[in-house]
Ligand binder design. Structure first.
Ligand code: ZN
Length: 441
């Protein structure tokens, strides 16, 4: 049995509470901003010029779902460089179409688009709700967050009597005709579009005419939970990758002062390729780092020096070994839950880890007394990727990819280890405290 101490359990509990309060990327970022402001961080606006104070704590937001938070270090930036941790705020799932409401006699359904690559079958028979953001008419348009909170929509399964082969073939859903979510019985006097807009307007407390657009995600209202003989596992939606976002911020807040400037960069749109004006493929992180340099009176070549002295840890969840499906893993790289973060390796650079960045991370783990594991994908399967390769290539900064072991990645309910969350926080905290990144050779 793993020994779970109360500190580890507490950190996992905080994580579950954070995810429960973050049903969409916009909610996750809003929650993290509240948290940062409680810890004395000041918001910076990309449209304004920045004035930064020594050892100051700041955050920058791009379009409400990508967030960069940083704490200035005590040592000169060109020598100490940046300690960067990157993760993503979005999770795969179902998003409402622009005109979602339609009649499917005798029901009103909401049409959905698939965002990223969720395991669709896991969305059936769940107590689903909707959350996201709505653009409202005003003198100039404004945006507000919305969350229905209670179970509102559902995707009931087809009874086995009509789908006798389901346990042999698996559940296959037609993405256009079998995925719309059931909302209500049709009302005779109200067209479907009005019926839905009325609900949405009531939830926001605005008029239906004020709604100019929305981005709404379906989510499971089932709260996060501990499970296992000793509560050694956690289950929740969106562990991929809100668990890494949470760990990054916990590590950022663990120390008052460090020699190097610490940066946490959390991007939207990883699940759909990162190429947007706020994704990891955008200028956001680079812009922020150069502007930090400029605010400190450094020219571009001094910031380039700082980048050369920097290091990026890209944190995203990894595939835990599942004994029921042992043939899908590489037998020498089985990730065991609660045995620490995985260093993710891929010869074709789907992950950025190389020998030297791996060596550095192992050093930080050892200093923090954190176990670690090595992961490589089974050779017959195509490997996923994450923000690491994109962000480190944009910046020209050495990097590695790590992540905590996770079961059922992209299921509406994923599982991970209670101890692993604290382990990752410990390793990232140690990394942030590193005063100088050693050079290879
Ligand atoms: Zn991920």
């Amino acid at each position: 049995m793993p020994q779970i101490d109360s500190h580890q359990r507490c950190q996992a509990q905080d994580l579950l509470r954070f995810i429960d309060a973050s049903p969409s990327p916009w909610h996750a970022v809003a929650r993290m901003i509240e948290w940062l402001e409680e810890e004395g961080f000041c918001g910076l606006d990309e449209r304004e010029s920045w004035r930064l104070e020594a050892c100051g704590r700041y955050y920058v937001l791009r379009d409400d779902s990508s967030l960069i938070a940083f704490v200035l270090g005590t040592d000169p930036l060109p020598e100490a460089g940046f300690r960067l941790v990157g993760a993503h705020t979005d999770s795969p799932g179902l998003r409402l179409k622009p005109n979602p409401a339609h009649a499917a006699e005798p029901m009103l359904r909401l049409g959905v688009e698939i965002y990223g690559s969720p395991i669709l079958a896991t969305w059936t028979d769940r107590d689903l709700s909707l959350a996201g953001r709505v653009a409202l008419r005003g003198e100039t348009p404004t945006v507000c967050l919305v969350d229905f909170e209670e179970a509102l929509v559902r995707l009931p399964n087809l009874a086995i009597h009509m789908n006798r082969e389901v346990n042999e073939t698996g559940l296959k859903l037609d993405k256009q005709t079998e995925l719309p979510l059931l909302l209500a019985v049709l009302e005779q006097e109200l067209p479907p579009a009005q019926q839905f807009l009325k609900l949405l307007a009531e939830c926001i407390d605005c008029s239906e005419q004020a709604i100019l657009g929305f981005e709404l995600c379906a989510y499971d209202t089932h709260k996060g939970a501990f499970w296992g003989a000793e509560g050694e596992f956690i289950a929740s939606s969106r562990l991929d990758n809100l668990a890494s976002c949470h760990a990054a911020l916990e590590a950022l807040l663990a120390e008052e002062e460090t020699a190097a400037t610490r940066v946490v960069a959390l991007f939207d749109h990883e699940e759909v390729g990162s190429e947007s004006f706020k994704g990891a493929g955008s200028s956001f992180l680079q812009d922020c780092l150069f502007r930090i340099g400029a605010a400190l009176g450094l020219g571009p070549s001094e910031v380039r020096r700082a980048l050369a002295a920097s290091f990026l840890i890209s944190a995203d969840m990894a595939h835990a070994f599942h004994p029921n499906f042992s043939g899908w893993y590489d037998s020498e790289h089985k990730l065991v839950i609660n045995q620490g973060p995985a260093i993710k390796v891929n010869a074709n650079l789907r992950y950025t880890t190389e020998a030297f960045s791996q060596a550095l991370f192992i050093g930080w783990c050892e200093e923090a007394n954190v176990p670690f594991q090595l992961y490589v994908h089974r050779s017959t399967l195509s490997c996923g990727t994450t923000i690491g390769p994109i962000a480190s290539a944009r910046l020209g900064v050495r990097s590695l990819d790590v992540g905590n072991p996770l079961w059922a990645m992209h299921s509406v309910r994923e599982s991970a280890g209670t101890c692993d969350h604290a382990f990752l926080i410990g390793a990232l905290t140690q990394f942030f405290a590193c005063p100088r990144i050693p050079v290879s050779g």
